[in-house]
Design a protein around this ligand. Structure first.
Ligand SMILES: *[C@@H]1O[C@H](CO)[C@@H](O)[C@H](O)[C@H]1NC(C)=O
Length: 344
């Protein structure tokens, strides 16, 4: 049953791009039908421009087979000879292992590098910043270790960075704000330490920032609340402290804010208003004291509110945003009362 995968590796993708050591059972007919979509050539130059190998795709062939792909092997450095390559996707095969070939940074036409969902280890090539055309760098869900290379801030075209769920250590580069094109920056579930660089606030297009599940410390740079299009901010499960910047809560574009499981202290700024529209506002498991802000009752919408496990006190405000909330949104505080908790 290893035959079809060997076929892909040695015939279709010659020279061997993925070195297959052993393969799981997969459906030969499906793979043969699937192969046509894997590699495409640049018509003018007659050179390989795209490699698209997805183990989990919406492709009807996989759906029909009722399972997703599984493939072991390594990404061979031979791939660096395909110097017209613009897209390299080897995603969701669960068990592609080994390192990212360092020579990959010589593929100067590369726009998309997507290796999500494998077992790739080692470090991100130190000179990754050479890839001046790279718009997507997705290395999520692997076992990549070491630091985020300093050169990453030179990826002038980068729009989408996903390093989530690896074993990265060290700090987020201080000058990450140089990534001016970036709209999504996802670095959750690593072991990153140090502060959130305040330069992030200068990334004008950043809409989605996820740094949750790390060991980040220090306070939230207040500039994060003034970002023009930031609408998703997940900083939960870190060691952040200090006050919650009021600009973060008053920003009408903020739709998902999770600050749960940190050491935030002080009161919750009373700065909500009729433009506040939160799908998620999770401030649970911190050291917040004082009252539930009265202005929250004037919010346009609060979908999921969690203020539990703090040291809040006083009466929960009334108003339409609170009507659908349950006691669990307010539980485990010092002395909160009123609907949906017991009366005062
Ligand atoms: C917020 O983050 C915490 C901790 O990581 C997580 O348990 C919780 O589910 C998140 N809240 C929401 C509403 O997603």
């Amino acid at each position: 049953m290893a035959y079809p995968l060997l076929l892909i590796a040695t015939v279709i993708l010659a020279p061997a791009i993925i070195t297959v050591n052993g393969c799981s059972p997969s459906d030969k007919a499906s793979l043969l039908a699937f192969k046509a979509g894997l590699v495409s050539c640049d018509a003018a130059a007659g050179r390989v421009s795209d490699i698209n190998l997805r183990g989990e795709s919406e492709d009807p062939i996989f759906e029909k087979a009722g399972r997703s792909g599984y493939m072991t092997g390594k990404i061979s450095p031979e791939i660096c000879k395909l110097d017209h390559l613009t897209t390299l996707v080897v995603a969701d095969w669960k068990a592609i292992s080994g390192e990212i070939p360092p020579c990959i940074t010589s593929l100067s036409n590369l726009r998309i590098l997507d290796l999500i969902g494998n077992r790739i280890s080692g470090e991100i090539p130190a000179d990754i910043g050479k890839l001046q055309r790279l718009t997507v760098l997705n290395l999520a869900d692997n076992t990549i270790s070491g630091k985020i290379p300093a050169s990453i801030v030179n990826l002038a075209s980068l729009k989408h960075l996903d390093l989530s769920n690896n074993q990265l250590t060290g700090q987020i580069p201080n000058d990450i704000g140089k990534l001016a094109m970036m709209s999504r920056a996802l670095m959750s579930r690593n072991q990153l330490t140090g502060p959130i660089p305040s330069s992030i606030a200068s990334i004008y297009r950043l809409a989605d920032l996820d740094l949750s599940g790390n060991r980040l410390s220090g306070s939230i740079p207040s500039g994060l609340g003034q970002m023009p299009v930031l609408s998703i901010l997940n900083l939960d499960s870190n060691s952040l402290s200090g006050q919650i910047p009021s600009s973060l809560l008053s920003n009408p574009g903020m739709g998902i804010l999770n600050l749960s499981r940190n050491g935030f202290e002080g009161t919750i700024p009373d700065v909500f208003g009729s433009k506040s529209y939160f799908m998620v506002l999770d401030l649970s498991y911190n050291n917040l004291k004082g009252r539930v802000p009265a202005s929250l009752s004037s919010a346009k919408y609060i979908g999921h509110l969690d203020l539990s496990h703090n040291h809040l006190c006083g009466t929960i405000p009334m108003g339409s945003p609170f009507d659908h909330l349950e006691a669990s949104s307010f539980s485990n505080n010092d002395c909160l009362c009123g609907n949906p908790l017991k009366t005062c």
